[in-house]
Design a protein around this ligand. Sequence first.
Ligand SMILES: [Zn+2]
Ligand SMILES: [Zn+2]
Length: 389
Amino acid sequence: MSELRDFVADLLERRGAAVEVIDPDGLEVLAPAPLQKTMGWPELARLGFGAQRSEGAFAIRLEGDWLDRFGALLAEEGHWSERELKPAAAVPPPSDPERVLERALDLPNAVWRFKAMTPTFTRCLLLSFRYTAVSDEKREGLIQIGFNIGTGAVVTEILARLRPVLAQVSDWQVPTPTVKLAAGPGWSAATTTARVRPLLDTQVRESMEPFLRAMRRRLERDRNRVHACHDDLRNSSLKRLAALERAEGDRAEADRRRETLRVEAIEREYRAKLDDLRHNYALRVTVEWVQALDLYVPVQRFEVLIRRRKGERIIRLDWHPLVRAAEPPLCEAGLGRERTRLVCDDKLHLTEPAGQAPCRSCTKPFCRACFPAACPRCGNRNDLDAPLE
Ligand SMILES: [Zn+2]
Ligand SMILES: [Zn+2]
């Protein structure tokens, strides 16, 4: 239980309490008034974390409403955190920078030249989102997205590989001012939103795909069952009607009317059942932001000259010593999860191949980074990513 005890002690101290460890399973807390109110404690409270409840102590467990109250104390603060991470032992820079770039860069329509490699710090933003999809069943999932703010690259994979390293380092080191200065400023809310939205949409969709497939299968099965059952009833009524077609007299007329009404009733019920199914399987998806971590890490920053026709441009690309890997190059249009980039003629933007594709309407190729809204020739919107259905 000592992890929970330490967490609680740390949190309470940050909220102005004086905390003393009285035994391995107990804390004594002198709480300021606002904290007393939130937690429902007297000024001096004893907290017990052990299996045995000690006299006069509040028993803190991982279950129960205590965690909710601690969560309330964390409030917004728990959503945002920053941390600096250093390798345990110095990692030498890559001995052959050109080889690193050969693996990192795939530029079919441009050439590149290595210019420089400098050790520095960068700031990586790791965002976590939770989605909940509800139809006849419920599915929840966690989506993580990572950016290197210093280069603009999507580094979700690099950060995924960093996570075990993070878990091993128990010391939470707050970034020093020098490191923060070297890493540079963060993004504006508008930039962050613009970068996050398409990636988040795509990743939520991909993550939900097995759930949606299973849901469609169940819907299909139910629809077939409802159809088969009503079809049988309707067919036997229609057969009876056909048999009555030539019959004459009042009795036959009454039978015909009854069967006709029956067929109408069956059709009505079939439509109602389909409506029920549609309602039952309607999909509602909510996505909420859970957490953001600003991670300050050392990098070897590559400067690379990109050349296309008569144009030239320098881009940055980081090699991450903590995972000994280069990140994918920045991508100025499209998701940029693969490494291949096409370079545009005018501004030498790096985009994913679809970012330079022919216009869907007039077939003239154009750069989606130069013209994000629509094709410059015909004005057709050429969205790279379809919105969430
Ligand atoms: Zn461009
Ligand atoms: Zn066009």
